[in-house]
Design a protein around this ligand. Sequence first.
Ligand code: PLP
Length: 435
Amino acid sequence: MAKSSNSEKLYRKAEKVLAGGVSRNTVFRQPYPNYANSASGCYITDIEGIERIDFANNMAALIHGHSFPPVVDAVIEQLRKGTAYTLASEIEVAFAQHLIKRVKSFERIRFTNSGTEAVMAMIKASRAFTEKAKIAKAEGSYHGTYDFAEVSQTANPSNWGKIDRPSSVPLAHGTPVGVSKDVLIYPYNDIERTLAILDRQAGQIACVIIDPVPHRVGLVPGNDDFIRAVYDWTRRNGALMVFDEVVTFRVNYGGAQQKYTVQPDLTSLGKIIGGGFPVGAVAGRADVMKVFDPHEKSLLLPYSGTFSANPITMTAGYKAMEYFDKTAVKKLNALAQKAVSQIREVIRLADVPVSVTGAGSMFRMHLRPTPPTTYREAYQSKEVSDVVKELLDFMYYKENVLMINTFSCMLSTVMTPKEIDRLTEGLHRAFVELK
Ligand code: PLP
């Protein structure tokens, strides 16, 4: 498959200065990364001058695609007024007001600089509020790179343990053993087993983290009975139920949580709320968020960040979210539904054992005839992920379509049926070619 020579040359330089030649492992394509030159709307151009449709949208972070004009204009204006102040700014107050109006469970907000930091702050807040150390998270689910959030992100099936009691395996070598002792792992959407696991450590759990549509667990939405069962358990046992909506906030106007009958105590946010700039936030119940309050005589959680709520991110994020109003959300989700039904048709025509999962503006394909319902089913063996890589390379180099490396797409509001047609026609050719 034709690879780009300028990218190879650049990579030879990069390997000498960047650890592993990259700054993010996710940009690595075999045998070297392809380098971006520019991007506009839903198109991205590499340093060979090849233009591709961008279905990755910076790993789900761009809800209006690249260089969305209202965001660009607002940011340019703000750039002239300063980029980071030491002082607080009006725009962070306005943006917080906007988010609080949007979501029922948001009473107070703290901004951070990434989703990882938001999850970390959310876990620390839960511990500070409950005065308990342990947390529970779903097997295999990704929540960024805080040590505790990384537990059970390992993809090696020999580490999984029994489904009744999934193992607490740390991800990074050198993680202190105490970390995994304080992280319980539950099987997603499995009420009985999850409650049994939580019951064993009842009284010691600060929070149960739920991603309402966890990507690595198969991009399968959490079902309402499961969310409610966890919520009720947390009420009985003095724990918090917290949502990681770093990715899923794009699913509805009020995030994925909008459709459930119970609401989380805290939520971590990131990605789209930065309008294309680095961001994170924790939002939730005012009494819990008091742990961050410097007025409190015994401040429970001193938490800060040099660039937190910087006026550039706040300006971009506020503008992006204003434009992601109820009408835009509805239109985008309808476009995703159209894409999913076209893909299902292509799967049928090509007669390949592929299924699709997803919610709102995101969907993921799986090389199995029926959609996975658990992490263990969604897990890709080495053979499967080799085929996925081939499909992604076909789409990238032959069809000029960029997708996320899990074989997923995250749509943006600037896309039209034309881009969906190119995606599905390309997928048809890829399935037929690699059958
Ligand atoms: N939580 C979830 C569900 C994520 O998918 C991610 C990143 O992909 C994070 C947290 C971490 O966010 P960031 O990469 O901004 O640190």
